[in-house]
Design a protein around this ligand. Sequence first.
Ligand code: ADP
Length: 519
Amino acid sequence: MIAEQEKILQTYFGYESFRPGQKEVINHILHMNNTLAVMPTGGGKSLCYQIPGLSLEGTAIIISPLISLMKDQVDALHALGIPATYINSSLSPGEQQSRLQDIAARRYKFVYVAPERFDSTMFMNVIRRIPIALVAFDEAHCISQWGHDFRPSYRSIVPQLRQLSNIPVYMALTATATEEVISDIQSLLQISSDYVVNTGFARENLAFHLVKGRDRTSYIRSFLQEHPDESGIIYTATRKQADSLFDQLTKRGIQVAKYHAGMSENERKLSQAAFIRDEKNIMIATNAFGMGIDKSNVRYVIHYAMPMNIESYYQEAGRAGRDGEASDCILLFSSQDVRLQKFLIEQSLMDESAKQNEYRKLQAMVNYCHTQGCLSSYILDYFKDPIAGKNCGRCGNCVERLEKTDITEEAQMILSCVKRMGERYGVSMTAKVLKGSKDKKIKEFKLDRITTYGIMSAYTEKELTERIHFLVAEQLLATEEGQFPTLKLNHHSVDVLKGKRSVTMYTAPIPTSEEADYH
Ligand code: ADP
């Protein structure tokens, strides 16, 4: 059966062969099996529903929360001579009505709609009556409450669709899904594990880098100087940061665009267009920017501050290099970022258990910023990707040769201090006790009376917190989740304390190549 689809690929789309996963997904759909496709950004998910949509009788309905992308997708299909349309709130009621009539008259092979469309009885009445080829949920992670961009209106479509008897097959597509999101989508759309096609998340053209302890703005200025003609996105954690960075760079005569939810719709539109059309190379934005931006030549994504979790980070950073060319993803980390993210979680309207889940994800993000292992591998491991564990050879941690030091004794001092403090305190209090700090709180809690008080006074508090974070990232020390995570020993800590396990840490980075110099 697939030979015919290969022909469609070549004649309609002009591509030689399928990319990994595409053939399997298409095959499952043609056999009427509900299917979930997990493929990296730029992996070619659209073809996975476009090709079966062309092969099967009837209209394919594509549901997407990305209104901005629908027009582009439809234009691209028109260019190939394929009848397609979209309906969303950007159209006038009259235009919506006339497109709806054309859908009822079965004029289209593809119809793109936003989730809200299913609230309309008129729309439901039309699709109830026409032959449907398939229903595809694009950005399917938005369906799951475990996803980082949960949209309740998206999830509520499923029971509505179940009332229709003319939907032969469902598919879900996403580039970001943890195990729990995958299983949530599976149970919601009744997708058997045999029909989950997960090509993994690896993006071989991306090089991840961490930058710590540098003035962020001056780092960005010198980076931009070295990459004057490249297109890139700089993500900030707040609108305020975006405004201030925008002002600082603009004052220095650097042409930058800006995008955040505090700007008017028109301002955002103009700004986005200037970036997409390469009139402005650099976009400074909050996470409001990017969902559905199909700009292929983004050469770097810099995070001005640490985002709230690995899912968001990978999705935002992954907007670099959609064309497959080598691109950089740089995260500028400062410990203040952790405080900001905790504040944002605390302020949110989530219930207590959702907050705990966010804290857990935040901790994984913080650990990323302290790991000394391969950064790509850390991310793939987080998503439980089967190829995790291999060093990428491209990221900052892989290309910088560092000096390895045995810190077993230091680790033992830190761990016994955590124990003596009753496993009731966090990183900074522990560092203060080890340092022998005169902080008021230390006296108040009588921590200056324990035997480990001041046993590492030769170190700076910064060196101590770095080592504690390192032990946490290496899972030699546990943290209790929550707003103020407390340090706790685990069975690995006990091994270290008993001398059954040694600990080594890279301490002095030595850049090995010119490429590593600027990071
Ligand atoms: P995704 O939605 O997974 O991020 P897209 O569907 O937008 O990715 O595809 C990314 C790019 O790759 C598009 O320009 C698309 O035309 C192209 N593409 C998809 N499949 C193939 C293929 N088999 N061979 C070559 N190019 C492809």
